[in-house]
Design a protein around this ligand. Structure first.
Ligand code: SF4
Length: 277
């Protein structure tokens, strides 16, 4: 006789759930899914956040390559209008008058910025104002200045037709040699004057002025008589008139230097002996 099932016992129920996958199979699936997500991340298609996986925002289009464009060429330096030159020279003079960049402002009587024609053939550059210049506020008005005037006239110019300046705009006490820091402090004024004047030739008078514009270990005796470039201009060193007053025999060489300047400018000196003598 078959045994009857107790009425209170439910019949065995068939499980509705899928049969459990083996653990190794689940791990393999997870590995595949992880690898797939990583590849989507790397392609920028999804972002993985703690809250879940999001579709990444579409990537911005790559910028088109920009062809490098050469900057427009700087305008060639042209002649400076007379008004501009004079304004630039006045500006330098005004700044030098108010300048306290070096200690010479304490002992000067008047600043000596320099004076002359705004578009000269020649710029004469000396060392520093002396006693007479300090008193009058004008460059080369003492004994050396009078000799310089003769040299200029011997070249066939009038003093007002050239420009005369010094590296230093204030007198060193006792006419001592300018200190290096004083030269460094003041040289920008002369550079601005030269940039405004754009003379056809610069004549550097003496060792200090020459070495301020043409750094060199050579003596003025070695450098004089030779041309040197200075910011696109031609510079001729020669002896300082004060030296020529003390050493008259050197005037012959100084005159030869000035004749070379005239030749450079396409001019011939007046047919009279050099007034530098
Ligand atoms: S020498 Fe030149 S730098 Fe010195 S105080 Fe005079 S203007 Fe200024």
């Amino acid at each position: 006789m078959p045994m009857s099932r107790p009425a209170s016992t439910p019949p065995p129920r068939e499980s509705l759930a899928a049969p459990a996958a083996p653990a190794a199979q689940v791990q393999a699936l997870l590995r595949d899914l992880t690898a797939y997500l990583r590849s989507l991340q790397e392609d920028g298609l999804v972002t993985v956040e703690s809250s879940g996986v999001r579709r990444a925002a579409p990537a911005a289009p790559a910028p088109k390559p920009v062809r490098p464009v050469a900057p427009p060429p700087a305008p060639a330096p042209g002649p400076v209008a007379a008004g501009d030159t004079e304004a630039a020279l006045r500006q330098v003079a005004a700044e030098a008058a108010a300048c306290t960049r070096c200690g010479l402002h304490r002992t000067r009587t008047r600043p000596v910025p320099g004076q002359g024609a705004p578009h000269p053939d020649i710029l004469f550059v000396g060392e520093a104002p002396g006693e007479d210049e300090d008193r009058e506020g004008l460059a080369f008005v003492g004994a050396a200045g009078q000799l310089l005037t003769k040299m200029i006239e011997a070249m066939g110019y009038r003093r007002e037709e050239v420009f005369i300046a010094n590296v230093l705009k204030c007198r060193p006490p006792g006419n001592r040699t300018p200190a290096p820091d004083e030269m460094t402090a003041c040289l920008p004024f002369l550079r601005r004057q030269i940039a405004a004047l754009r003379p056809k030739a610069i004549v550097a008078l003496g060792s200090v002025a020459t070495h301020a514009l043409v750094p060199s270990d050579a003596t003025i005796s070695r450098m004089r008589g030779h041309w040197y470039p200075f910011e696109g201009l031609a510079l001729m060193p020669t002896f300082h008139p004060a030296y020529l007053l003390r050493n008259p025999s050197a005037k012959r060489e100084a005159w030869a230097d000035l004749q070379a300047v005239l030749q450079k400018l396409g001019r011939t000196p007046p047919s009279r002996p050099a007034a530098a003598g």
